[in-house]
Ligand binder design. Sequence first.
Ligand SMILES: [Zn+2]
Ligand SMILES: [Zn+2]
Length: 241
Amino acid sequence: MPKAEKTSDVIEARAEFGLEWLIGGLIALAIGVVLWIYRGEGTLIGLSLLLLIGGGGATAYGTYILVKAKNVPSVDVVCSYCQKVNKLTATPEEGFLCSFCHRRVPVRDGRPLPVFQVRCGYCNELNYYNETTEILICESCDHEIPIAQEEGRPKKHLPRGFVAQEDPNLYDLVLVEANPKHEGQIGALQHMLALNRNQVKEIMASTPAVLLTGITRKKAEMLQAQLAVHDARAEIRPTQG
Ligand SMILES: [Zn+2]
Ligand SMILES: [Zn+2]
């Protein structure tokens, strides 16, 4: 079975090939005609005829290739990521690059495998995996994202050391500077703490106030940055005992 290629690529390559023959043939024909006109005493007749016959043949061959160029087998394969239809010359036997989203589409038994979405727990980036994925590394922050595969498959993990080491200590996020009249701050805190407006305003009025306790350094830094966007200041302190 031939390797699956993009149908448009194959058509393009064939058309280019046909065009070269066509142009070469036309040039030979033109020179042949000129030589025929200036054949004089007949010394150039042989060469002229040769060019006319050869040029005619090449022109016909190039035209034939061009006409046939579009007759390339085409199989519609839907990309698992963007759902767009890729036209390939054959059923793919292995993964292929989608022409639209440029992701490698996983293939098994000639069919694209469905892909699943998962958000990275560290940076919230959307990542994709399929049933053949054993280890998923976040495209954006290189952390390993745990994925739940079907039952019975041994769960593989990266060797220690490849995964960026986490700070194992726990931290508190303490609000030290806030403006209870600032809508952006209120909204951010409501979202972060899942509290209502009044509860949030109460906390904002009584700084320094512990917002969260026993969270990882990474999470604390992320939330601190979210608050900083709205000009609220929070400190990260080690969780006591
Ligand atoms: Zn795609
Ligand atoms: Zn990430």
